[in-house]
Design a protein around this ligand. Structure first.
Ligand code: AMP
Length: 290
């Protein structure tokens, strides 16, 4: 068997642009998976899908300061570049783009549209679900994703359904701004008990981790009831709330239309049920597409 070429680790914009130029000259199809690192099986599924579909796979690893609020976990967010490099190597990733913050935001210490040109998704998309408690989060997400698209110029970009609001906002941005990239959404990958893989699961203590399995079980329970004919979003969600462990604070639990992110009264096929809970300060999100 031919040895896979080593994954290149690139930290600056001009070097990655030089590499991309070579691939573009060869007309290679470029697949891109943006991440914040601490790679787990969920990220790996995006990379594997990109490997199947594309000639070249690029993974970015960047903990984006612009999408963290002042009281959020930017400083303690897990960073493990060496381990991530090994994962990428194992999966045959061609390039890891891991810039320092100053490389992407040379003039910015704060992230507002007063000192940085930012992408502001419509308020009807961003001021709900996670956006309610994470003010400005999706401005930071949309801005970094557009910057990365402009640097890497991928043909296809891979995003997880785990972050459904992010996925829907990115699709809208690509559509509204005519960005020449195809967004591929990938199913949520879960632990055996159903908990969605997340870099933040590391923050859970043993007891909270055990309790966290109720989130997906509750979503599956809603799916079961919906499939057997119950459609009232209010009734389904009110009943389901009883299955969320009493130690968990429910931040939101809603049924929504996936194109507009507007709440629905009666659930129909293709709707999204999304939940965020906090347990001992750890915020967990999950969802199910019905
Ligand atoms: P993050 O590193 O958390 O910014 O995530 C990078 C990408 O991986 C995003 O598109 C996420 O939606 C996706 N992702 C994270 N967790 C999972 C998961 N459990 N299953 C599938 N995709 C995921």
């Amino acid at each position: 068997m031919k040895n896979a070429a080593k994954t290149k680790l690139i930290h600056n914009i001009s070097s990655i642009r030089d590499e991309i130029k070579k691939y573009k000259e060869k007309k290679s199809v470029i697949g891109f998976a943006p991440t914040m690192g601490a790679l787990h099986v969920g990220h790996e599924s995006l990379i594997k899908k990109a490997k199947q579909d594309c000639d070249v796979v690029i993974v970015s690893i960047f903990v984006n300061p612009a999408q963290f609020g002042p009281s959020e976990d930017f400083d303690k967010y897990p960073r493990q570049l060496e381990q991530d490099r090994e994962t990428c190597e194992k999966l045959g990733v061609d390039i890891i783009f891991a810039p320092a913050s100053e490389e992407l935001y040379p003039q910015s210490e704060t992230f507002t549209n007063e000192n940085l040109t930012m992408v502001i998704p419509p308020s009807s998309y961003q001021e709900k679900l996670c956006g309610k408690s994470r003010k400005g989060h999706f401005n930071g997400v949309a801005t970094i994703v557009l910057k990365l698209f402009n640097i890497i110029n991928p043909d296809r970009a891979y995003f997880g359904r785990k972050d459904a609001q992010q996925l829907i906002i990115i699709k809208k941005m690509v559509n509204d701004l005519n960005i020449p990239v195809q967004i591929i959404d990938c199913p949520t990958v879960r632990e055996p008990d159903g908990l969605a893989f997340s870099s933040r699961n590391k923050y859970l203590d043993t007891e909270s981790r055990k309790k966290a399995d109720c989130i997906y079980k509750t979503l599956k329970n809603i799916e079961g009831k919906y499939l057997s004919g119950e459609v009232s979003a209010k009734d389904l969600i009110n009943q389901a709330k009883k299955n969320i462990h009493a130690d968990m604070h429910i931040e939101y639990f809603e049924a929504l239309d996936i194109d507009t992110l507007c709440p629905v009264e009666n659930i129909t096929s293709g709707n999204l049920v999304a939940i965020a809970v906090k347990i001992k300060g750890v915020r967990l999100i999950d969802n199910i597409f019905l």
